[in-house]
Design a protein around this ligand. Structure first.
Ligand SMILES: Cc1cc2nc3c(=O)[nH]c(=O)nc-3n(C[C@H](O)[C@H](O)[C@H](O)COP(=O)(O)OP(=O)(O)OC[C@H]3O[C@@H](n4cnc5c(N)ncnc54)[C@H](O)[C@@H]3O)c2cc1C
Length: 435
């Protein structure tokens, strides 16, 4: 069969690789690089080159089993990462780092503040109560995080300086949206990822040399079937075929299509969307996030002891977007002369002389409707010559992208181990369309 795959993030690349073992595939990618949010760039500092991940960065062996299996099949080396977390609050001047006692009391006056001790006590209580609520299944009644917190008796500081920063950083979500997240979804994720326990947390890892290494290996056998810089403008299905029209080329005919684009992008491409497709895909709104790669350490907490791998900033006034600075040198074990930083939605200007690159990323903003829509996957995927994958079908992370690609491959009777099969059909090179 001739199958078009639109989008080459983890979901599209894996779907393409698996389907290519039995079918003829063509991957269409809007960007000039493959991998979507797996986007490694080289930073040159003092004569040395550091490959840094500006989108997908970390995973762990406990909650990413299929992604780990994929790395194993592709023989991609990884290394342990430091996942420390800090909060800096511009409203109150408070700062702390969660990785150590020294970091927790980086601001020495914290030890004298009853409100700080109350926050630590609330963290303990929330962890106990959250773990119990997940185990009992009581969160399945559809309540939101805000509604659940009202039953925990936790204070404002816990919410503003701990829970909202952590969750908004994890989902790159608007801080205001966190309390409206479905409790089952968010607290279930916290429980799975050991975020509500002090011991036995999973070891997070990064890919040696950056995430592009696994993308390159994954796409290696189907190189000339990947068309970069080829945004698709429209997809039309009929009883007999699927017509895929690139923005910069003639329409092409396929027998099946796999959408590995975000839900909102997919809906825009489907001129002939069925009512169920429209309803389901509309349930995943996206939040834009500006990402700036730079070396301006003023974006980190003011006290060096409070510096961490993930640094959340609570800015003055209400903010629509999470302001997080990732220390990529620390996360990826780069011995760079100065920390290489990635700030999502900077709360204050970054020194222009220290800006290296800028990106725009979009993340799903989950609601109750999104979780309900995920349950309806089978109503649209595998129907009408059309398949859907993408991390948005799960929690929004790499393992979810992998699982979504596996669900599509399973429809064709193919599983992850097919990655080991010789799948080269048309050897050649990745094609970048001229602008
Ligand atoms: C800053 C940041 C940090 C993150 N960190 C982590 C992390 O550490 N761990 C983790 O597990 N997850 C992380 N994520 C989440 C990440 O989004 C998912 O893990 C995953 O990479 C999403 O994969 P995807 O295939 O669903 O989508 P994407 O990777 O977004 O792929 C979609 C692809 O479709 C392409 N496309 C869109 N429209 C068209 C069109 N019209 N024609 C052709 N192609 C099109 C896009 O260019 C893109 O390449 C992070 C995300 C960001 C942005």
């Amino acid at each position: 069969m001739r199958i078009a795959i639109i989008g080459s993030g983890v979901s599209g690349s894996l779907a393409a690789r698996l389907l290519s073992t039995q079918h003829q595939v063509a991957v269409f990618e809007a960007n000039a690089w493959p991998g979507g949010h797996a986007n490694t760039v080289d930073v040159d500092l003092a004569g040395e080159t550091f490959p840094v991940d500006t989108g997908f960065m970390v995973y762990n062996e406990r909650t990413y089993p299929n992604f780990c299996r994929l790395l194993e099949l592709l023989k991609i080396p990884s290394q342990p990462s430091d996942m420390s977390f800090s909060v800096r609050c511009d409203k109150t001047g408070a700062e702390y780092q969660g990785g150590s006692l020294d970091g927790l009391f980086a601001q020495r006056s914290n030890s004298l503040r009853p409100a700080f001790w109350r926050m630590l006590w609330d963290i303990y209580r929330f962890n106990q109560r959250g773990t119990q609520a997940v185990a009992s299944g009581e969160l399945k009644d559809g309540r939101t995080v805000g509604e659940f917190l009202r039953t925990c008796g936790v204070g404002r500081r816990f919410v503003e300086l701990y829970l909202v920063p952590m969750a908004a950083a994890i989902w790159s979500s608007s801080p205001m949206a966190i309390l409206d997240f479905p409790a089952d979804f968010m607290i279930g994720f916290f429980a799975n990822h050991g975020l509500m326990q002090l011991r036995d947390r999973p070891q997070w890892r990064t890919i040696v040399g950056g995430s592009r290494n696994y993308v390159t290996a994954l796409l290696q056998p189907l190189q000339n079937q990947v068309r970069l810089a080829t945004p698709i403008a429209a997809v039309a299905r009929s009883e007999h075929d699927v017509i895929v029209t690139p923005q910069n080329g003639p329409p092409e005919r396929f027998e099946q299509v796999v959408f590995a684009t975000h839900a909102d992008q997919t809906l825009r491409l489907l001129a002939d969307a069925a009512p169920a497709e429209r309803e389901i895909l509309k349930a995943f709104p996206y939040q834009p996030n500006a990402a700036v790669l730079h070396t301006d350490t003023r974006q980190l907490p003011s006290r060096r002891r409070a510096w961490a791998s993930w640094n959340y900033r609570v800015s003055q006034g209400e903010t629509r977007s999470a302001a997080v600075t990732y220390d990529l040198s620390r996360l990826q074990n780069h011995d760079s002369p100065t920390p290489i930083l990635l700030t999502l939605n900077p709360a204050e200007d970054i020194d222009a002389a220290r800006v290296l690159r800028t990106f725009s990323y979009h993340h799903p903003a989950y609601s109750r409707d999104s979780i309900a829509a995920q349950q309806r996957f089978g109503q649209i995927s595998g129907q009408n010559r059309t398949h859907f994958c993408g991390a948005y079908w799960g929690y929004g992370f790499h393992e979810d992208g992998v699982n979504s690609a596996l669900a599509v491959a399973q429809h064709f009777g193919i599983d992850l181990d097919a990655c080991t099969a010789a799948s080269m059909k048309e050897p050649s090179r990745i094609v970048v369309a001229s602008p």
